[in-house]
Ligand binder design. Sequence first.
Ligand code: CMP
Length: 138
Amino acid sequence: MERTLALIKPDAVERGLQGEIMAMIQTAGLRIIAMKMLHLSKAQAEAFYAVHQARPFFASLTTYMSSGPIVALCLEGENAIQRYRDLMGATNKDQAAEGTIRKKYALDIERNSCHGSDSPETAAVEIPFFFSALELVG
Ligand code: CMP
């Protein structure tokens, strides 16, 4: 059993897609064991994406991620990290497979509708960024 952190990003929440994306997650057999809606500050977005701070897109990414509400989810299931990454599709929507969240909903490489932890080590940092142990109800 594995846990992963999923974010529904501002571009998707703004379009009211959170329900459809959560339905895709549940249809894929992943359990939502924690959920909250919040609006990150610029500093919080910078802290969350600190691993990307040397990238040319860091400033734009963190401005975008603090531009409106997001939904944070903790997902649980066997091989949850890879299964959720498969469900999201490639970072760049032009390379995302049919039926994936990003193929359906992403607007461009930055406004790509969702985020998921990329490894168990990342999930172990990203889940507590948003949720306390008491908030994980699985
Ligand atoms: P995410 O999976 O949240 O990880 C980092 C985010 O940076 C990515 O999704 C995109 O929203 C954003 N991003 C913007 N430009 C790029 C790029 N050129 N390569 C990768 N990620 C990018």
